[in-house]
Design a protein around this ligand. Sequence first.
Ligand SMILES: Cc1ncc(COP(=O)(O)O)c(C=O)c1O
Length: 379
Amino acid sequence: MIKFVDPQVGKEEKEALNAVIDSKYLAEGPVARDFEKRFCEFVGSKYTVVTSNGTTALHLALEASGIKPGDEVITTPFTFIASSNSILFNGAIPIFADIDPETYNIDPEKVEEKITKKTKAILPVHIFGNPCDMKALKDIATDHDLLILEDACQSHGSYFDGKHTGTIGEVGCFSFYASKNLPFGEGGAIVTDNEELKDEILCLRNHGRTPKGGYFHTKIGYNYRTTNIHAAIGVEQMKKLPAMLEARKRNAYILLKELSDLDGFAMQKIYDKAQHGWYIAAGRTDKKELPVTKVIEELKANNIGSRQIYNVPSYKQPAYTDINNYYYWSEFIKFPDYSKVSCPVAERVGKDHFQIPINPGVSEEDMQHIVATLRKIFS
Ligand SMILES: Cc1ncc(COP(=O)(O)O)c(C=O)c1O
């Protein structure tokens, strides 16, 4: 089976893990600091703070940015649930704006329609590694005095107008979950150029302790730290990242080139100023007689791993449609009746697309097999 997730870990990661064990420094320490320095250099940010995962990175970034209970934050419903859950953790209200039918990213025009007096921030997600239209979103944010908090959890190696995703808004959050372009197993990071914000994040991440350490707590914070064990995998993956991104790009471009004329098949559109990081290559069936379930079945029958992702938009998840009946914040905050929300494009795209393997473990020969199989399925 050609896998759609295949972390490129081996000898180097084993040696790095052994070195951490030999050092007996298991908690977060010098290895994590080394990773942060490398990640700053890679994305071009002043500061990187590692976290236990991407969800905790988002939670911290929102809280440290001053998002308060009752504030509205506009985001996409076509994403992993963590994007909007992190808004809810602060008692803030996720407001869903529909996506663009070709890029699958939040549609700036729809964002503008959702702005109210309570709107404090936009939380764009660069879905599958495809950068959002950050110029349009920044213009809206400037006009309405809103923050941009980027969910870059899927977009390592993605750029808009020459800037790495996550460094365009006030703050950006990354995930290093096992499937990601840069995996730790579990892990995350926040990047920013704002020193004050970085200090607030450091404090909240470590139980509200002052940076000097000791048992002195100025805030109610969390334990969202990582470990040297996870960071050791991260450092080795960081060294391999340029080559891994190149392999993803090579594989994705084989699909773009070889399947551009295939009737009823489409891939995610990329804005002119954007560079896709190719976390996920998403194919779409535009043929009514060829439902996505059939495409996936045929791919699997030909030893090609595939799946649907986000076929249920966040607002349609039972956790959201029932939110005013059970979530503790609902005792203080009235959330929208999410069962009445409608983002027709997100609902349609969620039903029509499927994942195609392009990870660095997939060879050019595998890609030719994938191309030939898709041609057979769609013709
Ligand atoms: C878009 C998006 N946001 C947030 C997250 C949360 O990251 P993590 O799984 O590391 O908590 C993910 C991870 O899958 C993601 O894909």
